[in-house]
Structures are given as structure tokens and as C-alpha cells.
Design a binder for this molecule. Sequence first.
Ligand code: C2E
Ligand code: MG
Ligand code: MG
Ligand code: MG
Length: 271
Amino acid sequence: EAKNEGSGKIKVFRQRMLEKLQESRTLEHDMALAIVNKEFVVYYQPIVDSFSQKIYSYEALIRWIHPLKGLLSPDHFIPVAEKTGMINEMGKAVLELACREAACWAVPAKISVNVSPVQLSSKAFAGIVLSILKETGLPPDRLELEVTESSLFTESTTPMNTLNKLRALGVKISIDDFGTGYSSLSRLSRLAFDKIKIDKSFVHSISTQEDALNIIKLITGMAKSLNMKAVAEGVETQEQLERLQALGCDFAQGYLFGKPQPCIDERIRNG
Ligand code: C2E
Ligand code: MG
Ligand code: MG
Ligand code: MG
């Protein structure tokens, strides 16, 4: 009887595995179609100066307008895109769209684009960025690339070389979701990023958890001593903003200033 129960469990397990496989296969298939059908769009969210609240940049955030499931957030499909390598094409399309959009703004706000570790591990990536800048006419110093700590968690020298090369040409580099990964401090200082983005999990707890406040204090202090700027993600309340200002955090992004939106304000487009 016990044996039967065991094999029953395996059956259920196998069924679930098959379902999971089926699900990711469908997603993969849907994604390939979605690229063809142009179902991926880019939303933009402002990043502001913490003190003047002047818009400094817009972050480009991909969305999938799925014909049946509606608006899908990137956390649902980026991992699959990374596994299949589709992220290379997808990331290139986002970069192209975002640079083209920013090049026609009447204000010199920057455009921040997320880059997957998969893209950054490709030797072709620097060339892709340069040709998009040339093609769209966007000055390199108006482009910011957001990379995660895990991009650099590799033996390969390609990601570092690519970032250093692009940075030498004026492209700005931010480290995204800082505090959630395993960056080595020596690597961080050697790379000389322009900005550190403090993960929103700390920002959300800034008023309720002393630990979070202390971590943000530590990160902003570290940014200063490494000659980088600190950006807080996920700022939702005035109280959070005031605490961030008190800690000298340079930039802020979050629903308090604006949600990601499909269209850029007419004033920014036309001056
Ligand atoms: P991220 O780069 O850290 O982007 C910030 C995320 O925080 C966005 O989620 C944004 O919508 C959300 N957010 C902004 N303000 C607030 C707030 O006040 N409260 C809360 N709760 N959330 C806020 P989103 O758009 O769902 O994107 C999730 C992640 O997907 C991004 O995190 C980024 O890592 C990735 N991603 C988005 N677009 C791209 C892309 O084009 N390429 C790649 N490789 N990754 C992308
Ligand atoms: Mg980002
Ligand atoms: Mg982030
Ligand atoms: Mg994030």
C-alpha cells in the first residue's frame, strides 16, 4: 500500500512537471509569435532629482500586450526569454525603440534601458549599442544602461570590457537592484559605475525597519565615496522621499512621481 502511495506521488509529480514544461513551451511559442505580431511595447517611468524633483531620466520598461492574457509584466516572460536566448533580439528592439523615442524629445532627459546578463555576455553587444546610437542620432551621454550585479558574477571578462568600452564613449552605467545580489566591493570600485540603484525592498521598509534605513545609509555613503550617484527605486510616499533626502540620496523613482506609462508627455515631446 505504501508503495502504491509512493508511485502515486511520482505520478502527480510527473504530471506537474509535464504541465510546467507545456506551459513554458507555450510561452516560448507565444513569445516568438508576439515578436512577429509586435505585441511587445515599451512603457516609460520618470527618474527625478530627489531635491528639485526635476525629471532626470525615463526608464524604459518592457510590457507584453498579450491578445488573451492582457498586459503581462516582464517578470513573467524575461526569464523564459533569457533561457531561450530570445532576450538578445528583444533587448535590441527595446534599446532601438527607446533611443529613437528619446532622440526626438525636446528636453535633454536621459533614457535608461535594462540590459540582461545574457546580452552583456555577448561580445556583439557593444557594437549593437553603438550602431543603434549612430542610427538614432542619440548622443551617447543620454543613454544609461542598467545592469544587475549578477551580470558581473562571472569569470568572463566580456561584460566588464563591454561596460568599460561603452562608458569611455560617454554611455552611463547604473547597477540595478543593488543590495539584493552578491557584488564584491572591490569589483564595484574597479568598474566605476555612474549610479547605484537601491532596490525597492529597502525603500519600502525605510520607515518601519531600522535595518533597511541603515542599509540605505550605507549604500548612499558608499556611492558618495566611490564618486557615484545613488538612486532610490520604488518611492511611493512623501515620508519615504523625505527620509531619502535626509540621507542624501540623489535621485528617486516610483509611483510618487509617476507610474510607467506608454506615452511620453506632450511637453517633453514638443517642448
Ligand atoms: P527594474 O529594472 O528594477 O525596474 C523597476 C521595477 O519597479 C519596474 O517593474 C517598475 O514598474 C517597478 N516600480 C517602479 N516604481 C514602483 C513603485 O513605486 N512601487 C512598486 N511596487 N514598484 C515600482 P516592472 O516594469 O514590472 O519590471 C520588472 C523588472 O523587469 C525590471 O526591474 C527589470 O529588471 C526587468 N525589465 C523590464 N524591462 C526590461 C527590458 O527591456 N530588458 C530587460 N532585460 N529587463 C527588463
Ligand atoms: Mg531597471
Ligand atoms: Mg531596479
Ligand atoms: Mg527591480
